[in-house]
Design a protein around this ligand. Structure first.
Ligand SMILES: N[C@@H](CCC(=O)N[C@@H](CS)C(=O)NCC(=O)O)C(=O)O
Length: 213
């Protein structure tokens, strides 16, 4: 059976939603980042990069959100991952996932994980300031892209769940998320989905956390 290693509210939420949307059988294994469970030898044996998500299947271990989401898409061809009936929609979804993972996510790392970039603690405040400045620009772009019904080609994909995840993170770093009404509207659509509600319950998250404060 597929096994997903996730931490509540982390970027693994995107994969968790895709798996739940698929209707396939999987086991969700909680790894508490806040308690350093991802740094313990047992977990490092699964993912030496010490990150979630991880998907374990009959062939072995797959890490990296985008790789996992594309695997879920190939296996299940369900909404919430990457489209498999239209190569252009698939490319546009992967384009957004790539931007989210390589750029938007990294701005949060600058804020939360200065030690990843330098051991010199005196630089961390500057990194945080840089991350916050970058997020202003990235969040304005997500708001502008949220004008249509979904982020990609009028259909629900993993890009929408990733944006949902960032919205909550924006609240957690104290940003005024009320300045993104179109994005909040997109989140409302995501939050209406029964599979998403089941995943939030499983991760112990509340829908309000994904709405403006
Ligand atoms: N490039 C990886 C990044 C995964 C990642 O950074 N996950 C975070 C949670 S959102 C994590 O596990 N962080 C643990 C840490 O920074 O110690 C991916 O896209 O899957």
């Amino acid at each position: 059976m597929l096994k997903l290693f996730y931490s509540p509210g982390a970027c693994s939420l995107v994969t968790h939603i895709a798996l739940e949307e698929s209707g396939g059988e999987y086991e969700a294994v909680r790894v508490m980042l806040a308690q350093g469970e991802h740094l313990k030898p047992d977990y490092l044996a699964i993912n030496p990069h010490a990150r979630v998500p991880v998907l374990a299947n009959g062939h072995g271990i797959v890490t990296e959100n985008i790789a996992i989401l594309n695997l879920v898409a190939d296996v299940f061809e369900a909404p919430g991952s990457v489209p498999r009936d239209d190569p252009f929609a698939a490319a546009k979804t992967n384009e957004l996932l790539g931007w989210f993972a390589s750029t938007v996510h990294i701005a949060f790392a600058e804020i939360w994980r200065g030690s990843r970039f330098t051991d010199d603690e005196s630089v961390w405040p500057a990194l945080e300031a840089g991350g916050r400045k970058a997020l202003e620009k990235h969040f304005a772009e997500i708001e502008q892209r949220s004008g249509e019904s979904w982020l990609v080609e009028g259909r629900f994909t993993a890009a929408d769940s990733y944006a949902l995840t960032f919205f909550r993170w924006g609240r957690r770093i104290g940003l005024d998320m009320g300045q993104y009404p179109a994005w909040a509207g997109l989140n409302d659509q995501v939050l209406e989905r029964p599979a998403v509600q089941r995943v939030l319950d499983a991760e112990g998250l509340k829908a309000e956390e994904f709405r403006p404060a």
